[in-house]
Design a binder for this molecule. Sequence first.
Ligand SMILES: Nc1ncnc2c1ncn2[C@@H]1O[C@H](COP(=O)(O)OP(=O)(O)OP(=O)(O)O)[C@@H](O)[C@H]1O
Ligand SMILES: [Mg+2]
Length: 307
Amino acid sequence: MKALEVHDLRKTYRQGGKVVEALNGVSLSINPGEVLAFLGPNGAGKTTCIKMIAGLIRPDSGWVKIAGFDPHNSSRGLRMLGTVLEGSRNLYWRLTAEENLEYFGVLRGITPKAARQQTLRLLERFGLQDKRKTPVAALSRGMQQKLSIAVALVHKPPLLLLDEPTLGLDVEACENVKVLVREIAQEGCAILLTTHQLDIAEQISDRVAIIQKGKIIAEETTAEMIRHFSGSTYNIEFEGELNHIQLKEIKALGAILTEEKLVYAGSKEGLYKVLAVLDPLPLIQVKQDQADLTQVFLKLVGEYNYV
Ligand SMILES: Nc1ncnc2c1ncn2[C@@H]1O[C@H](COP(=O)(O)OP(=O)(O)OP(=O)(O)O)[C@@H](O)[C@H]1O
Ligand SMILES: [Mg+2]
């Protein structure tokens, strides 16, 4: 069974006579143990969608199922998930780290004894044993963030929602959260993660969904998404000069001559045609441009803007 299924979610906000289509038919699913990076520019609809999955906002239409349960119509569904929204808002700031974990454990339906055991396990796991008696308000930002994730996991849900979990964290705290996310997924928890740090998304996600203006514009495994785009550009360096016939042919094939190299964005077959035009000039190197997720994202989001 899918850990999460989201079907055709729609939501329109009306504010001061203006209509904002926050979600315009979003469908998603995540398998157990899978990390889905949910990416998109500011205002694309990520937080709205996460809040809907968490049962906090009702959709105008569409439905959500968490391990088969609807979080809008069953408390069972809500117990199947842990949510970390922007800014550690799932914690009580006056309670200590330990009290937060125990309190939320019991609140989400596990026995006090199990909550106690989970608290000890998670404090150790998240490196927060020293801080168990410290109120949340006196923890550093990184510690608060780790505790937020721990609290979301205290009742062992099959789905974890993380809205910008690394926002404002230093390099080490960020690394920490990254490792934790991967470990939690390895134990079978499905994770939906939003972030604007695309390098992080690239490192820890199995799949990527890109949302823009309330619509999913691309969805693929992270590796496929990058592979799809890498290799579409070739840099060709050669010795000597092109004559005007060669220049014309090269241009007709769509290659671009810069000062020191030829850049060709196209298929492998096309590349061989370009190389044939260069023959017999000596080639220095032909290199495929390696795309990363940032380039893929900017290209997709940019293209969609012009449609
Ligand atoms: N309560 C609300 N009332 C009116 N409009 C809203 C409300 N919440 C969100 N919106 C609008 O819905 C759209 C989607 O917002 P949302 O917060 O989901 O975006 P996001 O993808 O999380 O952006 P960011 O990356 O900035 O966090 C935006 O246009 C936003 O202004
Ligand atoms: Mg948001």
